[in-house]
Write a protein that binds this ligand. Structure first.
Ligand SMILES: Cc1cc2nc3c(=O)[nH]c(=O)nc-3n(C[C@H](O)[C@H](O)[C@H](O)COP(=O)(O)OP(=O)(O)OC[C@H]3O[C@@H](n4cnc5c(N)ncnc54)[C@H](O)[C@@H]3O)c2cc1C
Length: 384
């Protein structure tokens, strides 16, 4: 079920209220403490936002592609960390909705929608980041179980997670065709939740190592069929890339708002600095580039909402590349507009600069997005 325009407006009005009253006042503290904001996660669940990815029969109000992206964008205007805490739930829920057996959907999806269980997406490994088909984590079928051995890293929300969508090789000789997806509950014997990374940005959204040491899960915890894991990961990544673009557009909008407000207020050489043409042109470029990035993101959403196709995937890659690159430039320029204050933790733009760097790296680095776009050009020609 997709949500109609009127309901979407109501949801977004509730989101705006939550952002204003609860998230914005906490954004600096979440970053400084590097603590997962469980009370805000519960608040988001309470107003039904975690159910947006989940069909009604499993306790949700979706699945709806568009609304969660608009929600992520709004959260990111004040806190990219919180936008990631929220949107990662979608990245990890989509494979369950698409590929889990009925019994697992009934067991886990209502608990995800209510916020009781946080889902995570575990693909990357110390030896396999961009080259995801090179993962070495092994899942071996033994009777009615799979026995899993290996190590995952960079798992968003990993240390607070309740269930993990895990990608492991069932055929270690094959590349992507040997990858299968599994649902692994946190209390699985042999799963050890490792340390959280201490990152410069997106703090408060833990990024965690997971170790599987003869971890045993029932054979019916396979998502889809053996060998379908890579396809399942790729379906998820199209949406994840639009989410990443959503965070970029939101964070850049927040940074630009701060920069414009500061430039109208700050007086140097006897007038507000926005009246100095050198600075006004910088702000004008930031606004124009952001408008272009936003338009591409909206076009990519419309494509993916309308069809699952190679062209829609290429649009998702183009939106991720352009929006995150633009956000990084705008964040750096916003610091420039604030001068020395831009570097102070008393103002939010230095946090935006630290946060948005990660957006150029996860969900496929921007080099990987260029590879995907380049492959489309090579095989199909222009995507428009
Ligand atoms: C904050 C954060 C959260 C994350 N959350 C998750 C998560 O929840 N789940 C998960 O599974 N992973 C997650 N990741 C991991 C993320 O997806 C990887 O970091 C990313 O895919 C890049 O892999 P890597 O870091 O190993 O870099 P590498 O793959 O080692 O790349 C290093 C550099 O080489 C470049 N490069 C690599 N191959 C090529 C090529 N063929 N051509 C040109 N350049 C190339 C890259 O673009 C990059 O600049 C997260 C990462 C971060 C930072």
């Amino acid at each position: 079920m997709s949500i109609d325009a009127q309901d979407r407006e109501l949801i977004l009005a509730g989101v705006d209220r939550l952002v204003r009253e609860r998230i914005a006042p906490r954004a600096a503290e979440i970053d400084a403490s590097n603590r997962f904001p469980s009370d805000l996660y519960a608040a988001v669940a309470d107003i039904g936002l975690l159910g947006l990815w989940i069909p009604e029969e499993y306790g949700g109000t979706g699945p709806d592609l568009v609304t969660p992206l608009l929600v992520s964008e709004r959260f990111a205007r004040v806190s990219s960390s919180f936008a990631l805490v929220f949107s990662n739930c979608g990245d990890a829920t989509t494979p369950i909705v698409h590929a889990a057996p009925e019994r697992l959907k009934r067991e886990w999806l209502p608990r995800i929608a209510s916020g009781e269980v946080i889902p995570c997406f575990a693909l990357s490994e110390p030896g396999a980041g961009s080259d995801a088909a090179a993962i070495a984590t092994r899942a071996e079928r033994r009777g009615d179980e799979y026995v899993i051995n290996g190590r995952k890293c960079w798992c968003t929300n990993g240390s607070v997670g309740g269930v993990y969508v895990l990608f492991a090789k069932t055929d270690p000789e094959a590349r992507h065709k040997g990858v299968s997806a599994f649902l692994v509950p946190r209390d699985t014997p042999g799963l050890v939740i490792g340390r959280d990374e201490d990152l410069i940005g997106l703090r408060g959204s833990p990024t965690t190592e997971l170790v599987f040491d003869d971890a045993r899960i029932p054979a019916d915890h396979l998502l889809g069929n053996e060998g379908e894991g890579f396809r399942i990961a790729m379906i998820t990544l199209d949406e994840a890339r639009l989410n990443c673009a959503a965070m970029a557009v939101g964070a850049a909008t927040g940074a630009l708002e701060h920069a414009v407000a500061h430039a109208r207020d700050r007086v140097q050489f006897g007038k507000p600095i926005i009246e100095h043409q050198g600075l006004q042109f910088l702000l004008a470029e930031m606004a124009a580039e952001l408008a272009a990035a936003r338009a591409l993101w909206e076009q990519a959403i419309a494509k993916l909402a309308g069809e699952t196709s190679r062209e829609a995937s290429t649009y998702a890659a183009m939106a991720k590349l352009i929006c995150t690159r633009t956000a990084m430039r705008i964040a750096v320029d916003a610091v420039q507009v604030l001068g020395g204050y831009g570097l102070s933790r008393a103002y939010p733009v230095e946090r935006v600069m630290r946060d948005v760097k990660a957006l150029e790296i996860f969900d496929g680095t921007n080099q990987i997005q260029k590879m995907l776009i380049g492959r489309h050009l090579q095989k199909e020609g222009l995507p428009f």
